[in-house]
Design a protein. Structure first.
Length: 338
C-alpha cells in the first residue's frame, strides 16, 4: 500500500487504522477460505499522511472508511453523492476489484488485472479523500467505526423517507442494526417500539437502550392491539419471517423499510399494501454525503455503537460467537494486535 500511495500522491489519504470493525457478512464467508478478505468493510483510524492536493483532511484527523472505497464518479447517482447506488457499481471495501481506470489498483498493462480490495485487515490503507468520512472528535473511535455500516444502514431510510419528531417508529429485530435504529429514533424525537420474538430482549430494549415500548410478536393479542399504530417500521430481521404480520402494524400511508436480508424470498399479499396505501421499501447503506451527515448527527447526540473490543488472535472465537448471536452488538478489532 505504501507503493500505491507514492504513485498516487495527489488526491489520496493514507490512514493508519488503529481500530477497525469486523462486521461479519455470514453470506460471504464461503466465498473465500480466508475470512479476513470478506468480512471487514468498516475502517476507523487516524490520517498518517496526505497527498499534495488533499484539502478535506490533514494528518492526525480521525476518519473512517465505510463499505465502499470508490465508484465510477460520473453517473447521476455518484454526482449527487449517492455512490452506494452507482449505476455501474461501487467498488466495495472488501471482496471487490478496483475496476475503474482511476482506481490505484486498476493496473497499467494489458496483462494486468484490477487488484482486489481486502477490507480493513491491515496496518494501513490508502483511500481517495472523496471516499473518506470525518469522525467527530467527541466520539470514541472504536465505537464510532461500526457507524459506517450498521449506523448508516438504518439512518439512511429513516432520513430519506422523512421520519420526523413525534412520529411512531418501530424497530423489528434487536441486533447490530436494530439497536442503532432505536438510538437514532429516540434522538430524532420519536416514540420507539421494539418488535421481537419472545421477551428475552425486553429488558435490554427498555432499560438499557431506552425504547418506549416492547412488543412480543408471538403474542397475537399484543400484535392485534398494535394494528396500524406505527408511521414507520425499520425491519432489521435477517431471517425468514411473515411480512404481513409486520405490515399490519404499519399505519395508513406508513412505510416499512427493509434493511435485513432474508436468505430466501418472502411472500407478500399485495392487498396488505394496496388496501391501506402502505409502502414497503428497501435501502442499502448510504452515500458519502449522507454518511457524513449521519456521523455529524451522532457527534451532536453522542451516539455510538455498542461494541466489544477484541485482539486479532480472538477473531475465530468472535466469528463463532457472532454466528450464535453472542455479541452486543459489534466486535471491533484493535489492529495494533495484528
Amino acid at each position: 500500500m505504501h507503493a500505491v500511495y507514492e504513485k498516487h500522491t495527489v488526491p489520496w489519504v493514507h490512514i493508519s487504522p488503529a481500530l477497525l470493525t469486523r462486521f461479519l457478512l455470514l453470506g460471504h464467508t464461503s466465498v473465500c477460505a480466508c475470512v479476513c478478505i470478506c468480512a471487514c468493510p468498516e475502517i476507523g483510524g487516524v490520517v498518517e499522511a496526505v497527498g499534495d492536493a488533499v484539502t478535506k483532511y490533514k494528518v492526525g484527523d480521525k476518519v473512517g472508511v465505510g463499505c465502499f472505497v470508490d465508484s465510477c464518479r460520473s453517473c447521476s447517482m455518484c454526482k449527487c453523492g449517492e455512490q452506494n447506488y452507482c449505476r455501474t457499481g461501487m467498488v466495495g471495501t472488501y471482496n471487490a476489484t478496483e475496476k475503474y481506470a482511476h482506481c490505484p489498483g486498476y493496473g497499467n498493462g494489458a496483462d494486468q488485472k484490477p487488484a482486489p480490495t481486502y477490507g480493513g485487515y491491515s496496518k494501513d490503507v490508502v483511500v481517495h479523500e472523496d471516499f473518506v468520512c470525518g469522525i467527530p472528535d467527541n466520539l470514541d473511535l472504536a465505537a464510532a467505526t461500526p457507524l459506517l455500516c450498521a449506523g448508516i444502514t438504518v439512518y439512511s431510510p429513516m432520513a430519506h423517507y422523512g421520519l420526523k419528531k413525534g412520529q411512531r417508529l418501530a424497530v423489528a429485530g434487536l441486533g447490530g442494526l436494530g439497536h442503532m435504529a432505536v438510538k437514532f429514533g429516540l434522538a430524532m424525537g420519536c416514540t420507539v417500539t421494539v418488535l421481537s420474538r419472545g421477551l428475552s430482549k425486553k429488558e435490554e430494549a427498555i432499560n438499557r437502550l431506552g425504547a418506549t415500548a416492547f412488543i412480543d410478536v408471538t403474542d397475537s393479542e399484543a400484535v392485534a392491539a398494535a394494528r396500524e399504530s406505527f408511521d414507520m417500521i425499520v425491519n432489521c430481521i435477517p431471517a425468514e419471517h411473515d411480512l404481513g404480520l409486520y405490515l399490519g402494524m404499519v399505519d395508513i400511508n406508513g412505510t416499512m423499510a427493509v434493511v435485513g436480508a432474508s436468505p430466501s424470498p418472502l411472500p407478500l399479499n399485495m392487498f396488505s399494501i394496496i388496501a391501506r396505501r402502505k409502502s414497503i421499501v428497501g435501502s442499502m447503506i448510504g452515500g458519502i454525503k449522507e454518511t457524513q451527515e449521519m456521523l455529524d448527527f451522532c457527534g451532536k447526540h453522542n451516539i455510538v455503537c455498542d461494541i466489544e473490543m477484541i485482539d486479532a488472535k480472538a477473531i475465530n472465537e468472535a466469528y463463532e460467537r457472532a454466528v450464535n448471536s453472542d455479541v452486543r452488538y459489534r466486535f471491533v478489532i484493535d489492529t495494533a494486535t495484528l
